[in-house]
Design a protein around this ligand. Structure first.
Ligand code: SAM
Ligand code: SF4
Length: 349
């Protein structure tokens, strides 16, 4: 008879250590970018003539799965798939299905950030894989403005995607970047509409990431100003911050609409003390902080090592050692951070 492994061996097997940085923060949240490509060209995110990476530079779906599993084995409970636009990556449904298989086995939440252009096609599949909530970027509900901001998108397609997600049972949070000349006036209408649809909405300050061909000084608006003007019309009741999903968002309940409204203020407010996340680019770089340029290369660990698992774990330890205490965006006269040439679509939002 085949010899059984001893139960004691299993019990004594060393658990892989959690990912804790030098400031005592445990990383439990991974943002995994699966592509830098996108079917839109939002004016604050990328340039009209964005050059995408050659496909050979991207991690394969198998490599992305291996990386995600290495993080989950070391205590990551939440994985957000992002991009570029994650749903344009070929066979992305297969990766989502496989990661969904880790739910209840180390992973507590699998989620996505998407522009929703392909959501009508994917909504049921996402739900079946175990996804329950999505972040959807939407910066205008005026069709002309939407096309102007995204430089090519169709608002109807996105709205159909949102309705499909709702029917599938997915909970939606909208992310809206506040843009001085493009959607500032529209924000109250958007918030009222979103809350009427049962969607939460979070406002985001535009960040100085990557050259987009636009002057960011023309885009940036401080959210404390937006909040003050919303407070002229509505009562905003601050919500407690104990929700692990809140991250850098500060939430209020809008009394008149009953809905939740969030504010992400990377420029006016530093929210790094409780940071529990790292980001991986589609090329396998771990960025320990969105606002700094330091990274650890996982692709080399995966492709050039004779023991990829061991190299991967060593790279994770190194990333924890170098995770900085906080971000420090610096803004030049064009509203750009001279040290941060990479786009949000490369790092993953
Ligand atoms: N394509 C998907 C989408 O738009 O939801 C996922 C990737 S996108 C890079 C993720 C988020 O980053 C979006 O909510 C987008 O609005 C935000 N974003 C992109 N560039 C930004 C910038 N420079 N400042 C602030 N937010 C930005
Ligand atoms: Fe694409 Fe998202 Fe960037 Fe817009 S914000 S260009 S949808 S990656």
């Amino acid at each position: 008879m085949k010899e059984r492994p001893s139960m004691a061996d299993g019990l004594n097997a060393p658990a892989k250590p959690p990912l804790i940085d030098r400031f005592g923060r445990q990383v439990t949240y991974l943002r995994l970018s699966v592509t830098d490509r996108c079917d839109l060209r939002c004016s604050y995110c990328m340039s009209e003539k964005m050059q995408f990476l050659p496909k050979s530079e991207l991690l394969s779906l198998e490599e992305l799965e291996l990386v995600a599993n290495a993080f989950i084995d070391r205590g990551v409970e939440k994985v957000r798939i992002t991009g570029g636009e994650p749903l344009v990556r070929r066979d992305i449904g297969d990766l989502i299905d496989r990661l969904g298989g880790r739910l209840g086995n180390g992973l507590e939440e699998l989620t996505l950030t998407t522009n929703a252009t392909l959501l009508e096609r994917f909504a049921d599949r996402l739900y079946d894989a175990g996804v329950r909530r999505l972040n959807v970027s939407l910066d205008s509900i005026n069709p002309d403005k939407f096309r102007e901001i995204t430089r090519r998108g169709s608002l109807d397609q996105v709205l159909n995607g949102l309705q499909a997600a709702k029917r599938a049972g997915l909970k939606i949070k909208l992310n809206t970047v506040a843009l001085k000349h493009q959607n500032l006036e529209e924000l109250p209408d958007m918030i009222r509409w979103a809350h009427g649809e049962g969607f939460d909405l979070t406002l985001i300050e535009v960040m100085p990431l990557g050259d987009t061909g636009e002057d960011r000084v023309d885009q940036y608006v401080p959210l404390p100003d937006v909040r003050a003007s919303l407070e002229d019309r509505w009562a905003l009741d601050p919500l407690p911050q104990h929700d692990m999903n809140a991250g850098p968002s500060r939430y209020v309940r809008v009394k008149e609409t009953g809905g939740k409204l969030g504010f992400i203020t990377p420029l006016t407010n530093n929210f790094c003390a409780g940071c529990n996340r790292v980001r991986i680019t589609c090329t396998g770089r771990i960025y320990m902080c969105l606002g700094q340029d330091d990274f650890i290369d996982l692709r080399a660990a995966l492709r050039e090592s004779s023991d990829p698992q061991a190299s991967l774990n060593a790279a994770l330890d190194e990333a924890m050692f170098y995770k900085p205490e906080k971000h420090e965006f610096r803004i030049d006269a064009r509203g750009q951070d001279p040290a941060l040439s990479r786009h949000m679509s490369v790092t993953g939002g």
